[in-house]
Each structure stands twice: as C-alpha cells, then as structure tokens.
Design a protein around this ligand. Structure first.
Ligand code: PBG
Length: 337
C-alpha cells in the first residue's frame, strides 16, 4: 500500500534523506573535513639516549629521549603534521620549590627544541612554559606559604619563554593560567628580538580530572598537593572562560586553545565565534585514554571513535587539535586520501 502521501503531507515534500541517499551525495554535502593540517602532536621527553618508555596510563604513548624524539618527529613531518608540542619529564633531583630548572637555558625542553629544530626544520615546535614539570610540588607556578603567587610566576615564565624562543621554539604556549602572562610574554619576546615567535594561549584551561594520565607521564601526580582550582577555570563557568579568553586576545595572543576538548566543545564554538582567532582544542590525556581503554576491551571501535572525535572538533569551529592520536590519525588520513 502506498503511504507516501502520509509523510509528504507532514513534511511538505521535504525529505532530509535525499541528500544522504548515496556515498556521492554524502560526500558532496559534507560540511567539515579533518586533514593532516589540523593535527598537532604532543610528545613527552626524558633525559638520556635510546629511551622509548611506554606510559602505562596512555597505551601507545611513550616518553622518548631526545634522539628517539627526533626520529619520531621526522616521521610526523613526513606524514605532513604541521607542529608538535613538547613536554619534559624532568629528573626529580632537578625539581624544586620555584621550578628554577625552567630558567636554565640548556634544560631538557630547550635541548629537545634545539635538536629537533636542527634535524627537522620544517615542523613547528610549540613549547609550554608552565612550571609544573620543574616544581617539587607539581603546581604550575611558584608556591609561597600555600599560595601560587601570580606576579613572581609571570616574571619567571617570561624568562623561560625567552629561553625557549632562543632555543628555537616557534610558538610559546603558556598553560599556567596566571593573570597578565600573555602581555608579559609578548613584551619579553619582543624585547629579546623574537617578534616572529607566536603565542598560543591556553586561554581557557579548566580544572579537570581528564589530566590524570598526563600527570603520570611527567611524574607530577605523586607530588601534587591540593588542586589547581585557584588558577584553572571551574568546569561550571563559561562566561568567566570567555572573559579570560578576551583578556588574552587584548594582551596579544595569536591563537587560542581550549583544554580539555570534548567536554568543552561549547567553549570552542563560542571562542571561535567571539574572537575569530585561530582556535585549537587539546584532546587531553584522559580523553585519549578513555578511547584507548574501551577499544582495548573491544567495547568500541577505537579508530572510528578517534576519527569521529577529531572531526567533531572541526565541526565545533576548531582550526586544529592537539592530540596524542596525531600519528595514527595522520596515517589513516594518508591511506584514505
Ligand atoms: C600543566 C599541564 C597539564 C597538561 C599539560 N600541561 C595539566 C595538569 O597537569 O594540570 C595536561 C595535558 C594532558 O592531560 O594531556 N601545565
């Protein structure tokens, strides 16, 4: 029995499924696409040579000594990945109350930058200037009598940023959420002749449980006392996040980042709409690990969910994604392209 009139009466002859009926129509109407140009690869660096040390809480991700990192970054560049972001796992003996190792010119992060820049000059290097890898308490700033002191931290972060730029960093990405840091870093870089070094602000960094595996990766979880609520943004607050991002834009940020990613897509969208700056999401360690863990149990199709989440960042307005999946996703894109 012909029932078409029933539906046509309701929809007025409009049928969404016409555009979905075949692979070619679906391709024709596809609004967003993930390409290798959207991927930024975060990596973990350890002292020594010949080391590739798997991180338990992040299956498939390893800490690498600089020589091994250079090889891995070369592969990333060959795949077309535009940039990497480096995080150092600093020797415990070098960590102290103020994170003084962050302002040693040839520290682990700067040595890695110099080596990678020399060996793989065509990939962008993004370095974080937060103090947490360098402090004995795992906080992102200087701790004085139980308080993370803002202005003294900013002063040190600026000095660290200039050293990172001296070593060859292309973009400084401050993640420690101190007030005034973007403007201070901009002035510091310019005064040191680094006008072309950009700033990607971790504009809205939320106080999140999704950072757990990262803290294992750089060995800060055992050190951290208390929480980071006095400097990171509450997951409950979006208006406050917008105001924080607006200040970073005024202070001269070249790019903005939202972190974590998937649970904060509303913030990605609002930031892109409001400021129009290049906007990035950081699909953080806990997000990566959730997908990996479920996939390893056979409960989800890991590759499919990886590609879906990355595409969804694009739909939410992101210009790119920092993701531990970068290499896997790039390989997959190369195959399907
Ligand atoms: C701290 C920092 C964090 C991450 C990178 N730098 C968060 C934290 O430890 O509080 C998280 C990255 C991730 O989870 O993948 N400056």
């Amino acid at each position: 029995m012909d029932k078409t009139h029933l539906v046509d009466e309701i929809t007025g002859h409009r049928r969404m499924r016409r555009n979905r009926k075949a692979d070619w129509t679906r391709r024709m109407v596809q609004e967003n696409r993930l390409t290798v140009d959207d991927l930024i690869w975060p990596i973990f660096i350890v002292p020594g040579t010949g080391i590739v040390d798997p991180i338990k809480a992040m299956p498939g991700v390893s800490r690498m000594s600089i020589d091994k990192a250079v090889e891995a970054v070369r592969e990333a560049a060959d795949l077309g990945i535009p940039a990497i972001a480096t995080f150092p796992d600093i020797e415990m003996g070098l960590r102290d109350e103020t994170g003084s190792q962050s302002v040693v010119a040839d520290n682990l992060i700067n040595k890695a930058t110099a080596a990678i820049k020399k060996a793989v000059p065509n990939i962008g290097i993004i370095t974080d200037v937060a103090l947490d890898p360098f402090t004995s308490h795992g906080h992102d700033g200087i701790l004085r009598e139980g308080i993370i002191v803002n202005d003294e931290t900013v002063d040190q972060v600026v000095r660290a940023a200039v050293m990172q730029a001296d070593a060859g960093a292309d973009i400084i990405a401050p993640s420690e959420m101190m007030d005034g840091r973007i403007g201070a870093i901009r002035r510091g870089l310019d005064a040191a002749g680094h006008q072309d070094v950009g700033i990607m602000s971790y504009a809205t960094k939320f106080s999140s449980g999704f950072y757990g595996p990262y803290r294992e990766a750089i060995n800060t979880s055992g050190l951290l006392k208390g929480d980071k609520n006095s400097y990171y943004i509450s997951p409950a607050n979006a208006t406050e996040a917008m105001r924080d991002a607006a200040l970073d834009v005024e202070e001269g940020a070249d790019m903005l980042m939202v972190k974590p990613g998937l649970a904060y897509l509303d913030i990605c969208w609002r930031i892109k709409e409001a400021f129009g700056l290049p906007t990035f999401a950081y699909q953080v360690s806990g997000e990566y690990t959730q997908i990996k863990a479920a996939a390893m149990n056979g409960w989800i199709d890991g590759d499919r969910v990886m590609m879906e989440t990355l595409l969804c960042f694009k739909r939410a307005g992101c210009d790119g994604i920092l993701t531990y999946f970068a290499i896997d996703a790039a390989r997959k894109l190369a195959k399907s392209g």
